[in-house]
Design a binder for this molecule. Sequence first.
Ligand SMILES: O=C(O)CCC(=O)C(=O)O
Ligand SMILES: [Fe+2]
Length: 328
Amino acid sequence: MKFLSDELGLGGVIESSDVLAGGLPGNDELLAAVAERGAVLLRGFHLDKDSFERFTDSIGTVRPANVHWVTTRKFESSRGTESVDFGNDAIPLHAESYYTPICPQTVVFWCANSTARGGETLICDGERLYESLPPDVQEVLRSTVIHWRYQCSFARLVEQTQRPLAEFLEWCARTPNCEVVVDDKQRQLSISYSAPAIRTAEWTRRPAFANNLLSLAHSGVLADWVADLDPDLVATVGELAEKLTLKHNWRPGDVLVIDNTRFMHGRAAWSGGTRDVRVRMLTSDSLRIRHVDGQADAGTAIKRLLRNTAFRPRSIATNRLVGSWVKR
Ligand SMILES: O=C(O)CCC(=O)C(=O)O
Ligand SMILES: [Fe+2]
């Protein structure tokens, strides 16, 4: 397989002429390529909106993780396809929604149209980045934890994930170090989640720097999320990351499949023309869960959780439930 960047020896490219039977590469072939290279561009397959959705459905379960205080992302379909982050500013390298308990395993971008000047999508192999760091920096990062606190109404959560609340709570149940307070009376929930800065990449099982620390540092809010992490250390990682980063120039119809547990992505600023890039966020088959039909209310969600052996309630009042989940 060709590299996406020969210079960096990074990523992979599958072109339509590489696939003997015509049509898209088979699932096994594609996933093997993503497992090995971490980011794979599919070029020349002429995917449209519907075939992009069918294709991504075949490689994982769609699970939009678009949970923010201020959401700028818009849903392009009722099937979890989202536009990329609004605007034409540059976006620092990050793993998608890393700080949430529903961090996607795979993100798949599709370019519907691009005539923009600039606007390349940046990608950086977090495994290579981690390996390139001095041992003392690796050590500090290995003990660093990123804390996310989020409070929102049931309705907003459902709007942001496009899934029933009960399903979101089940996802949280699969994530260690996630605590949720469900307030049935106020119809809101408070989530707190602690993510390790360095996580093992899903496919390669090697440590990767694929998180949101560079974004936090860029926005000047590092200290609010991470206790005692020297911003200079993060700046050093950012400088090294830049040297290892590839800028992907979009052609309409391109699809870029990224292992979000290993690679970070970002964007160069753009001006003029049109840039329509969309994204689907996926969990892997191993995380595929039974979908809950209809809109479960929090009461139902709580009952389900109490039946769930992975959930350890600390206290249960009539309308409030506080507890932690442990990994099954
Ligand atoms: O616009 C892009 O290329 C990527 C922006 C981004 O990070 C996102 O939408 O998740
Ligand atoms: Fe992103």
